[in-house]
Design a binder for this molecule. Structure first.
Ligand SMILES: C[S@@+](CC[C@H](N)C(=O)[O-])C[C@H]1O[C@@H](n2cnc3c(N)ncnc32)[C@H](O)[C@@H]1O
Length: 278
């Protein structure tokens, strides 16, 4: 990493006592981060740690593999960055710069705390409190991470148009799905209005809708074959209510494992859900 200039000098990381106090001041954390002296962020249970570890293996490792084994020097845009978990992984994989955007100030504060506590060069990243559908996106990026965001917006076409306009070679979309086999968006209701920016009503795509929406903006989307080794905390992926897609303006890498459409599996998952919730 380049030595920081005086204008962007890395602050010394907070001592462990101060860091723990600052971590504990947040009402909730979605990710477990580990710092020096055994300091960690608290997460409700182990299945959440497993969820993000499995997601990392599922789509983030696939991304790094198709980029040739490293994100060296790449500019990464992390939409809905939350506490900066994926931004941090991108820098650790060699990215040259990451811009993280989130609509909740509390998550931007978490991301800034994590990066400060890890002693990361401030010139390597920026976290902005903004709505991804309305902020200025006038820089170019090599990679866009759109993870867990599409199902939080009521304007998926605008979202994809904005993503396509930054000129990335690869876009990773991880989204909740409606399980029908045709191409449509299901009207759904967020549990909390604060999770989105358009109120509680949002549009959740089917698998085919993601593929067609991406194609509308010049991106070929490959649904990634699920490779989870432990399904704890991943019921949505297991029941085909969530998948990741690797999208690119060029022909997709032939090495990407494809999750084939399976109407029978989807119908079976629907019946299991129905039986469980009766
Ligand atoms: C389910 S979390 C996903 C976090 C992370 N990207 C992941 O996949 O692990 C969704 C995040 O997107 C943010 N978000 C939702 N709608 C947004 C919008 N329109 N603009 C910016 N951030 C948004 C939320 O505040 C939240 O942090």
């Amino acid at each position: 990493m380049a030595a920081p200039t005086s204008a962007t000098a890395t602050k010394p990381p907070p001592n462990s006592h101060d860091l723990q106090e600052r971590i504990d001041a947040f009402p909730r954390w979605h990710y477990r981060f580990e710092f020096d002296d055994g300091v960690t962020t608290p997460v409700p249970d182990w299945s959440r740690v497993n969820r993000h570890e499995q997601r990392r293996r599922y789509f983030f490792d696939a991304l790094v593999a198709i980029m040739g084994g490293s994100l060296r020097g790449r500019r990464v845009l992390d939409l809905g960055c939350n506490a900066g978990f994926w931004s941090l992984l991108a820098l650790e994989a060699g990215a040259g710069f990451v811009l993280g955007i989130d609509s909740q100030q509390t998550y931007i504060d978490q991301a800034n705390l994590v990066f400060e506590a890890k002693g990361i060069d401030p010139a390597s990243h920026r976290f902005e409190h903004a709505n991804v559908l309305e902020c200025d996106l006038d820089e170019d990026f090599d990679i866009v991470l759109c993870l867990g965001v599409m199902e939080h917006v009521a304007r998926p076409f605008e979202l994809l148009e904005r993503i396509a306009n930054v000129g990335a070679k690869v876009v990773v979309i991880d989204t909740a799905l409606s399980r029908a086999s045709s191409s449509f968006f299901e009207v759904s209701t967020l549990a909390e209005a604060r999770d989105g920016v358009d109120g509680k009503l949002v549009l959740v795509p089917t698998r085919q809708a993601v593929i067609e929406l991406a194609a509308r903006f010049g991106l070929q989307a490959v649904p990634l074959a699920r490779n989870m080794s432990d399904w704890s905390g991943l019921e949505d992926y297991r029941s085909l209510r969530r998948l990741a897609f690797i999208c690119s303006p060029e022909a997709p890498s032939p090495t990407l494992p494809v999750e084939r459409a399976s109407p029978i599996a989807a119908r079976w998952a629907t019946m299991v859900d129905y039986a469980r919730h009766r």
